[in-house]
Structure formats: structure tokens, C-alpha cells
Design a protein. Structure first.
Length: 129
């Protein structure tokens, strides 16, 4: 993956280290539009043991403070996102005041096409009509 570019709307403490190109491209869109964002700023415990040890956790990819919204980006095939959907549902159950949105492959592809970015799901340049 290319070096992390300098971001102007990033509000986090440490430079982001993206897991994939789709996350980097979403960050570039936020930055282009001047939307303040943070990368993986909080981990939510989804299941704990009797002694308080965290057994399962979830760290959404982005937080948009002005919208008070967490975003999770997935470019996996729709048939493989069941686990992420379950985690998002569980987060909503345990933290009802936390707003979260899951962006699927089709959402990321639509953003890539709209902003003429490379298609993050296949690594080939996105064709724009």
C-alpha cells in the first residue's frame, strides 16, 4: 500500500495506518471535503468474562466527530460480512447512544466511482462514465 498521505481534516493523535486501500480512499474523501475524522479511535467491548476481561471487541474504522458517527468499511463479498453485521448489531444493543454505519463493498465502489478513485475492491482503475 502506498505511503500514508498527509491529511488536513484528520483529528487523531497518531498518523493513521490503514488496513486497506478502501479505508485510505474514504479518508481522502473526508479530507477533500474538510470533514473532520479520526481513524480507529475507540474499541468497544462486545463480550466480557466474569472477571471483566474482554472476550470480544470491535474497533470501527472511522469516527466523524461533527456527525457523532462511527463508520466501518468492508469490501468483502456480501456473503462474507455476516460477522461484521453481527458485531454492529451487538454494538448497537450494548451502546444504544453510539451511532454506527457499515459501508459495504457496493457503498465503497459507489464512492470510488463518484470521486473517480481507483476501485478499492479489485485494484484496477475505476471506469467513470
Amino acid at each position: 500500500m502506498p505511503d500514508t498521505p498527509r491529511f488536513h481534516a484528520f483529528v487523531g493523535a497518531a498518523p493513521p495506518r490503514f488496513a486497506n486501500d478502501a479505508e485510505r480512499e474514504c479518508a481522502q474523501i473526508f479530507d477533500f471535503h474538510g470533514i473532520p475524522w479520526d481513524y480507529e479511535p475507540r474499541t468497544f467491548a462486545l463480550e466480557t468474562a466474569g472477571d471483566g476481561a474482554v472476550l470480544e471487541a470491535f474497533t470501527p474504522d472511522f469516527y466523524l466527530p461533527e456527525q457523532e458517527l462511527y463508520l466501518e468499511i468492508t469490501t468483502m463479498k456480501q456473503s462474507l460480512v455476516t460477522k461484521k453485521n453481527r458485531k454492529v448489531r451487538r454494538l448497537r444493543e450494548l451502546y444504544p447512544d453510539v451511532r454506527i454505519k457499515l459501508f459495504y463493498k457496493r457503498d465503497v465502489e459507489a464512492l470510488a466511482a463518484k470521486y473517480e478513485l481507483d476501485d478499492p475492491s479489485d485494484g484496477r482503475p475505476q471506469q467513470v462514465a
